[in-house]
Design a protein around this ligand. Structure first.
Ligand code: ASP
Length: 314
């Protein structure tokens, strides 16, 4: 999108970079994804149009995407090597730069709600595993049986990957089934507040309580009212190493780049040079929106009072 007069509000969402390759994407599947993106976007749009906060728009939109089994977050999350679903999420508010994050939770229905509770009700930023679940129980956050997160498709993907691993033909990048699918949302509200949130099951076949970039503030998520809000998706190890969300912020804050320039540089130059596949969504304080990715596709959408679109491929 080109730079323009500041809209009253703005929102962008993603349902993960590394969409199904065009070859495997049937028209039915594509229609299902587009409809889901459209529904998710509407949730955030309604909040913002009615004068609600960016933080609420992000929370509610990500919560909806977590409940949708098409995406790798909440229900529909990918499986670990051990056959579990370990969920990560984070949220950040641009006005106060308060943030909350959770990693490796297995019984929290909506990790984004727990991340927000960590931000609002704890003195900490990041909680993990059993402790995070204990905090959820103490704060009335909905918990479910781990079976809630199961989908046959994700289970089969793990089985295929384990098979390939045994025969040593597996490659995370070669097999389209291992593609990512994290969800995220960034928003600017009518009061000029920014917020960002991201939620994921991580990467199929992850081991040893691996955490990706999603719960890492500055890597997967970042928000600052004076600059921008960013939510990332892709191969998390790279996004952590290059502090991707914060790098976009820094290029704008310190170097004066525009949102378009900063996000292009980070996603389509710096990450590409390092081999980091993925993308991000970002909105700046003036309501400019950017949705760059270097993968084949990225489930995504954006809206302002003037413009609205959902898309998957380039
Ligand atoms: N970034 C996530 C992770 O590495 C995966 C994704 O975005 O799909 O855990």
């Amino acid at each position: 999108m080109s730079e323009h007069k500041r809209p009253a509000w703005a929102i962008a969402i993603h349902g993960g970079a590394g969409a199904l390759g065009r070859a495997e994407m049937t028209p039915e599947k594509e229609a299902r994804y587009r409809a889901a993106l459209d529904s998710a976007l509407q949730i955030g749009e309604n909040v913002l149009r009615n004068g609600g906060s960016a933080l609420d728009a992000v929370t509610q939109t990500v919560q909806w995407l977590e409940d949708c089994p098409l995406f790798n977050a909440g229900r529909g999350a990918v499986f670990t090597h051990e056959g579990r679903n370990e969920l990560d999420a984070s949220i950040m508010e641009g006005r106060t730069q308060m943030a909350g994050a959770v990693g490796g939770v297995t019984i929290v229905k909506n990790p984004i709600l727990l991340a927000r509770a960590v931000m609002e009700k704890s003195p900490h930023v990041m909680l993990t595993g059993r402790g995070a679940e204990q905090f959820a129980l103490e704060n009335g956050i909905d918990t479910v049986s781990p079976a809630w997160f199961y989908t046959e498709e994700r289970w089969n993907t793990l089985q295929k990957m384990l098979e390939e691993e045994k025969s040593k033909t597996g490659s995370l990048t070669r097999n389209p089934d291992y593609k990512f699918g994290t969800v995220g949302c960034v928003a600017l509200d009518q009061s000029g507040n920014l917020a960002a949130g991201t939620s994921t099951g991580g990467m199929t076949n992850k081991r040893w309580n691996r955490l990706g970039d999603t719960p890492v503030i500055g890597a997967g998520t970042y928000a600052d009212n004076n600059v921008c809000a960013v939510s990332c998706t892709g191969h998390g190890e790279y996004f952590i190493r290059y502090a991707v969300a914060h790098d976009v912020w820094a290029l704008m804050a310190y170097k004066g780049l525009s949102l378009q320039e900063a996000t292009e540089l980070v996603v389509n130059k710096k990450l590409v040079e390092k081999g980091g596949e993925g993308g991000l969504i970002a909105v700046d304080k003036n309501g400019n929106i950017a949705l760059p990715f270097n993968s084949e596709g990225m489930y995504r959408g954006f809206a302002t009072p003037e413009e609205r679109k959902v898309d998957i491929y380039k």
